[in-house]
Design a protein around this ligand. Structure first.
Ligand code: MRU
Length: 338
């Protein structure tokens, strides 16, 4: 077993990142050195995963402040970074936190350090939910690549493996951009966890025939009532899990909760370009001129979620009470120092 890959790091005159679009066939490190390359890395999903784009955006703002002396021009560039993707609230949260700090680089570094500690605490909180020899279904990618720390849902699974629980994970390939097959299968293999890859449409039969014990996924934004935006297909999985009476868990840090939103209908859902659906591996797979609907996320109603796994522990319904209570907990950085 080797150490996790560092998806984002500070390089002094640039923000270094692994281009996640090329994995698993190529491990290439790139450098974002100006506002265009920062925004493009986020928008093209070279850097992706809600907490990871938060860490990357935070470093991006610190870099831009060191380059752009004019305040108006700097704030315009910062807004471009903040809105490079609309759904994951971690990006806005991290950018705002850096913007309101006295030392932007120090703040960005603190955000990355905290993310590792937060992921560690999420993994520890989630351990109690994973039975020995559990057969787990997951979707998209929530590992170290997605957080620039130890991972959220995948962090829980990897911790369970290290605790000797021997989980086996059924991974949805996660169309259209295959974060499940390219990244999750890769990270689980890397961590020595048993893994079976399946097409997204196999989730129902896997629950029925492969004796799945639980589903655990990550999140991009969670409203005050527990409604959760995550990678497209998550909502369907939650319905399937309810039908099969399988627990459905969402692992996410507090920075993914948007306490300003009453419910999920208010979460902005990113719609991406049709060509992500029209072609597969460079080959055209649909008739020319066809209409395409390509939302990158969907919203799972809180009532379908068995529990949230956070750095503050496991949170259960009624979410209208337990989620707002999370906002009042002391900052994790304070707890880290204690
Ligand atoms: O479009 P992506 O790949 O950035 O989507 C990522 C997801 O939906 C993840 O499940 C989510 O960000 C949680 S990452 C720990």
């Amino acid at each position: 077993m080797t150490e996790p890959l560092e998806s984002v790091s500070w390089a002094g005159d640039a923000v270094e990142y692994i281009d996640q679009r090329l994995l698993p066939s190529e491990l290439r490190r790139e450098r974002a050195h100006d506002v265009d390359s920062i925004v493009t890395a986020i928008a093209t999903l070279a850097v992706r995963g809600a907490p990871c784009i938060g860490v990357f955006g935070a470093y991006g703002i610190a870099l831009l402040r060191s380059q752009i002396a004019d305040d108006a021009a700097f704030h315009e560039a910062a807004q471009r970074v903040r809105s490079a993707r609309p759904t994951a609230v971690n990006l806005m949260w991290a950018v705002d936190r850096v913007l309101s700090s006295d030392d932007m680089l120090q703040e960005a570094q603190a955000i990355q350090r905290e993310q590792s500690a937060v992921d560690d605490a999420i993994a520890q909180s989630g351990l109690e939910l994973i039975p020995k020899n559990a057969r787990i279904l997951t979707h998209c990618n929530t590992g170290p690549l997605a957080t620039a720390g130890g991972g959220t849902a995948l962090g829980v699974i990897i911790r369970a493996q290290r605790a000797g629980k021997h989980p086996h994970v059924f991974v949805d390939e996660t169309r259209p951009l295959l974060q499940g097959s390219r990244l999750t299968a890769f990270e689980l293999q890397h961590a020595g966890v048993g893994v079976t890859l399946q097409v997204d449409g196999a989730a129902a039969i896997a629950m029925a025939a492969k004796k799945i014990d639980l589903v655990i996924v990550g999140a991009d934004r969670i409203a005050r009532n527990g409604d959760t935006a995550n990678k497209i297909g998550t909502y369907g999985l939650a319905i399937l899990a309810a039908h099969h009476k399988i627990p459905f868990y969402v692992a996410a840090p507090r920075s993914t909760f948007d306490f300003t939103l009453a419910h999920g209908a208010d979460i902005p859902i990113e719609e991406r370009r049709p060509d992500e659906v029209l072609a597969f591996g460079g080959a055209v797979v649909a008739p020319e001129g066809i209409d395409v609907y390509n939302p990158a996320f969907d919203v799972t109603p809180g009532r379908l979620i068995t529990a949230f796994v956070t750095e503050y522990g496991v949170i259960r319904p009624p979410y209208a009470e337990t989620v707002p209570a999370l906002e009042l907990r002391p900052n994790f950085s304070v707890l880290m120092r204690a």
